[in-house]
Design a protein around this ligand. Structure first.
Ligand SMILES: NC(=O)c1ccc[n+]([C@@H]2O[C@H](COP(=O)([O-])OP(=O)(O)OC[C@H]3O[C@@H](n4cnc5c(N)ncnc54)[C@H](OP(=O)(O)O)[C@@H]3O)[C@@H](O)[C@H]2O)c1
Length: 343
């Protein structure tokens, strides 16, 4: 395969004060690396944009054991999907499709230790960045491992039209829960109810009191809250939680931009005592032992059309910063993936 002349790379240029924009990143192109014995060179094709990258772009450590921020000048991005173009490992041939942590760049050298080979005839390559990637694994482990849903329980999912939220809600529905989604705007709400099959949906942009809206949609109360949004959302829903309720904190997209002192607090903590609630934070990779089970069950549901994910493919390497910024303005639905092999 013919290689490009240089390796386009995006690095962290400036820590964003608030929302990320084009000035957050800069191009830092380099030479295409060469594989050594046992290694192979991958050309990235699909690069997803993840809100989870936002916290490490800032340096807002509250304690010594917080995540290290990304260094200025460091490569950004995370998991990608691409094709092998040169190989010095007999188990990987040019043309093979792999998924690995190869960041926002055209080419990367890697090995069988971290790369996962897959057959693109079985499932489309982007499935490994969506249902069978971090969003699906976060939804499955955040709901099943941390919150143990039971049939007929009421589950509320925030950012319900997003990648993780849309999957968490469908998983809950597949397990027999009554599922209520919270999403922004009429189009997303229609999608959540009509296409994803949630029982109810609340447009949080059109209500003044989200707690009251959830109470109205869940007259018996909420057994499980799967939150992707942040402290204000959790606080508003605490008074609606039922006895023995479980809360999974998966993401805090509304709070990522705020310095710790400016983040909303959670005040309704008395409910934890009166209603024996528990709240657990998800770090998806803590649950790697369960990934085979999760992947098996989600593949089965996908084949039965019981698990779908809306995907937007944006062409062009230089679109990565704008696609990332759109996550925080509510313009995205499902998973956004940038395709970089056409330019
Ligand atoms: N804990 C883990 O291991 C783990 C793993 C993966 C992801 N995550 C986290 O899980 C969350 C979901 O990830 P995702 O990839 O599926 O992202 P996502 O939910 O698709 O994120 C984009 C959506 O977030 C919503 N949003 C943006 N700003 C908001 C605000 N200020 N208030 C309320 N909603 C806002 C918007 O939808 P609306 O228009 O509906 O508001 C937007 O379209 C993220 O916070 C991510 O960081 C955690």
């Amino acid at each position: 395969m013919t290689l490009m002349k240089t390796n386009r790379r995006l690095v962290l240029a400036r820590r964003p004060d608030s929302l990320p924009d084009a000035s957050t990143f800069r191009r830092d192109d380099g030479a295409i690396p060469e594989p050594r014995e046992g290694e192979f060179l991958v050309r990235n094709v699909f690069l997803p944009v993840d809100p989870g990258m936002r916290p490490v772009l800032s340096d807002v450590r509250i304690g010594a054991d917080e995540f290290e921020p990304l260094a200025l000048g460091a490569l950004v991005g995370y998991l990608t999907v691409g094709q092998v173009v040169q190989s010095r490992d007999p188990a990987f041939a040019p043309g093979d499709w792999v998924t690995d942590i190869l960041f926002w760049q055209d080419y990367a050298v890697t090995t069988a230790l971290t790369a996962r080979k897959f057959d693109p005839q079985e499932l489309s390559p982007t499935t490994w960045l969506g249902i069978l990637g971090v969003p699906g694994l976060s939804a499955w482990t955040g709901l099943i491992t941390l919150a143990a849903p039971q049939p007929k329980e009421t589950l509320v999912v925030t950012s319900a039209a997003g990648a993780v939220g849309s999957l968490a809600g469908q998983i809950g529905r597949n397990l027999g829960c009554r599922v209520v989604g919270v999403a922004g705007g009429a189009a997303k709400c229609r999608f959540v109810k009509d296409e994803l099959g949630f029982d109810e949906v609340i447009d949080y942009r059109s209500v003044t009191d989200i707690g009251a809206a959830v109470r109205h949609a869940c007259p018996q109360g909420v057994d499980i809250l799967f939150d992707n949004v942040g402290n204000a959302m959790v606080d508003a829903m605490l008074p609606v939680m039922r006895r023995g309720g479980r809360i999974t904190l998966c993401g805090q997209i509304a709070d990522y931009h705020l310095p710790p002192a400016a983040r909303p607090g959670i005040k309704n903590t008395n409910r934890f005592i009166t209603h024996r609630l528990s709240m657990r934070g998800l770090f998806v990779y803590d649950h790697a032992a369960q990934f085979p089970q999760a992947l098996g069950q989600m593949t089965q549901w996908m084949r039965e059309k019981k698990l779908i994910l809306s995907e937007t493919i944006v062409p062009g390497f230089d679109q990565l910063p704008a696609a990332f910024a759109r996550l925080f303005t509510g313009e995205t639905m499902g998973r956004t993936i940038v395709r970089i092999d056409g330019d």
